[in-house]
Design a protein around this ligand. Structure first.
Ligand SMILES: CC(C)(COP(=O)(O)OP(=O)(O)OC[C@H]1O[C@@H](n2cnc3c(N)ncnc32)[C@H](O)[C@@H]1OP(=O)(O)O)[C@@H](O)C(=O)NCCC(=O)NCCS
Length: 191
């Protein structure tokens, strides 16, 4: 496995480590951070299992899942969690969450850019898509800001908080993706 390391102007993506559990718990255990996600706030044991699964997925061959720690550039501490899962037809779905203390600084859009850089530049994909809760305006604006296009609505996509919930979906195609050095994304991952 070649570890992923991608860097933008302010953020980097790296592989998850067991020591990330408490920093991830600060996000996945937080009711505000998980309000619009497809699951209830997680316990420490559940987050520990997520870090373990993330590490196992990184070592799978072929690798289909990239569960990565978001850090500040040049720092090691996890401030967010990003996921890209490949699908047939050269596609992938992405998901991401930042610690609430980091919201509103443009880091969400940079995270999506880094995931697109992974999908298009490193993995050679054709299409990347994401789904958000209809109430998750921050995510919708983040995905648009990152250059994605709203595709539509999946009805009753997720059962969460005791009810079925629709999702609004977004996508970006390889030909629409142009990092053009604007974000200065660099990486040393080779697949
Ligand atoms: C979604 C999330 C990553 C956004 O991160 P962020 O760093 O705050 O977003 P950015 O600062 O990059 O802002 C991107 C856009 O969203 C807008 N935005 C941010 N928070 C917002 C909010 N609470 N309500 C409405 N718009 C919001 C910004 O104004 C900006 O819009 P603009 O491009 O029109 O200026 C962050 O809120 C988060 O981690 N939420 C919890 C997990 C989650 O919902 N993940 C997405 C799952 S689909």
């Amino acid at each position: 496995m070649t570890p992923v390391h991608l860097a933008g102007p302010r953020l980097a993506l790296r592989e998850v480590e067991p020591e990330d559990t408490d920093d991830l718990l600060a996000i996945y255990g937080d009711p505000e951070a998980t309000r619009h996600l497809s699951f209830e706030p997680r316990t420490r044991e559940q987050v520990q299992a997520i870090t373990a699964r993330s590490i196992a997925a990184a070592n799978a061959s072929p690798r289909t899942e990239y569960c990565l720690a978001i850090t500040r550039l040049g720092e090691h501490r996890l401030i967010g969690y990003a996921r890209l899962a490949t699908e047939p037809q050269e596609a992938a779905t992405i998901g991401f969450a930042l610690h609430p203390a980091e919201w509103g600084k443009g880091l969400g859009a940079e995270t999506v850019h880094l995931l697109c850089a992974l999908g298009f530049n490193v993995l050679g994909l054709h299409r990347i898509w994401a789904a958000r809760s209809p109430l998750n305006e921050a995510s919708g604006r983040t995905l648009l800001r990152a250059g994605m296009t709203e595709d539509g609505r999946i009805r009753d996509h997720v059962f969460v908080h005791g009810a079925w919930r629709d999702s609004i979906t977004y996508s970006i195609l390889e030909r629409e993706w142009s990092s053009n050095g604007v974000l200065g994304i660099a990486g040393d991952h080779e697949g």
